[in-house]
Design a protein around this ligand. Sequence first.
Ligand code: ADP
Ligand code: ADP
Length: 227
Amino acid sequence: NWLLEVKDLACGYGDTTVVSDINFALGEGDIGCLLGPSGCGKSTILRAVAGFLPLQHGQIHLAGHPISVPGKAVPPEKRRIGMVFQDYALFPHLTVAENVAFGLRHMDREERQLKVTQLLELVHLQDLADQHPHALSGGQQQRVALARALAPEPTLILLDEPFSNLDADLRRRLSLDVRDILKTLGMSAILVTHDQQEAFAMCDQVAVLQDGHIQQWDVPYNLYHEP
Ligand code: ADP
Ligand code: ADP
């Protein structure tokens, strides 16, 4: 029983095909990775999963439902997919707590406050709730972005080069912290990165991409022990 299934996917921009023959499946609670050099098509696959890019071929299923086939797609806001980007993309005029609360406006006030408090504890930012993003370090801002993405209780989290703006040491620590947070919640995720160490440390399964094709989709151990 897969949480996410990508079958024979092809997509690109206009008439150009950028990725094709993309097949992989993610189990519930698993962290998958799209690993490869810049320009190989990682973000393009992520955009297709998020619903921002139409399919040229194939299909995508989430939690057993078809969410994308050529010519027909569930719109991004209905997919229950959370996203975290390289540049954090926080709202600068809102506090940390307000950023996290942003997707929870439908909740009543007390319920929302409790939820925000729990999320800030989860990412260890409870003391910075009333700060604005510019007062935070890059790593802290990325924790806020993660809490905000988790707030609406998505089925899947997409992480697009989330640590690329951070220095090597912080990157390593934060990637392990994020793995712990996702595992604590049993949250499924896909990480996009060009950093092999990061991919292997953080992910249960890794797709190695080259020129728009998946070379391999396997557990890190097997990728390490290739002849
Ligand atoms: P990666 O995420 O692995 O760096 P991308 O998926 O961003 O790779 O890009 C794959 C290819 O698609 C590149 O050749 C890139 O130039 C092209 N591409 C990406 N975005 C667009 C776009 N909006 N319009 C046209 N081509 C694009
Ligand atoms: P309002 O008070 O009208 O709800 P605010 O802009 O003051 O709007 O805050 C938006 C939401 O952000 C609040 O309802 C609350 O859920 C959350 N929030 C703000 N500050 C905190 C905080 N320090 N701790 C927890 N949640 C907070």
